[in-house]
Design a protein. Sequence first.
Length: 273
Amino acid sequence: MKATEKLTKGIRTLAGNITRGFFDITHNSFALVGLAVMFAAITLTARPEIRQAGEIHLISWLQDRQIAISGMVVDVVAIDRATAANPKDLPKQQAAVAYWLSKKYNVAPEPLSALVAEAYETGARTKLDPTLILAIMAIESGFNPFAQSPVGAQGLMQVMTKIHSDKYESFGGRHAAFDPVTNLRVGVKVLQECIRRAGSLEGGLKYYVGAANLDSDNGYASKVMAEHHRLLMVANGRQIPVLTPKIVPVAVTPETQEEAATAPEDQAVVTNS
């Protein structure tokens, strides 16, 4: 055999050995990685506290990275807490009411849409007209979910939270008074009790505002019913002019304040500031 052929053969043999060795090494490395992953999975399954600690560290690291990049704390589930809906997704009747209220009370249509939808759902369940529920919110708070009167009436429907704290227990406690949907549901529950006790809607509204034992409710029931009538017309497709109201609270006398603060649980609910 010539020297050249021997050299060529030797080079081929060397190359083959190197290739086989590289394959064996990488094959074994992948096997080791696979075993490591398998053992890690078994460990995390058997030791949930280790998995939980790892998740916490990972989430913390991701949040720190996000803050470093964006310059603010990011909460990806914030959208789940937002009380808002697209008015275009509502039935035509409800959308008309939401847009009208939005213009009149200078409130964004998205949160109003969520409240309108909830009012219609709650109204159907409680046999109360949803436009009546919305009218009470309009007169009571002007759709300010954080409103509070001098005597402690709170939220959209100005429920006396101290008196009706038991009604908030199933919602997590008294602070739920400032959750718009919760306040709506509790307010409707109290309104039902007031109407049942008074025997009529107008009488129930007088109980609701804390004027059950007074000669006058200072026009409260009339204001609610007038807004209720306007909303009914809007819901039925009528073009009602939008006159932005000057939010003037219902007059409160020392007598009505005392009435609201000391009323039995199924009586007075609100007194506007």
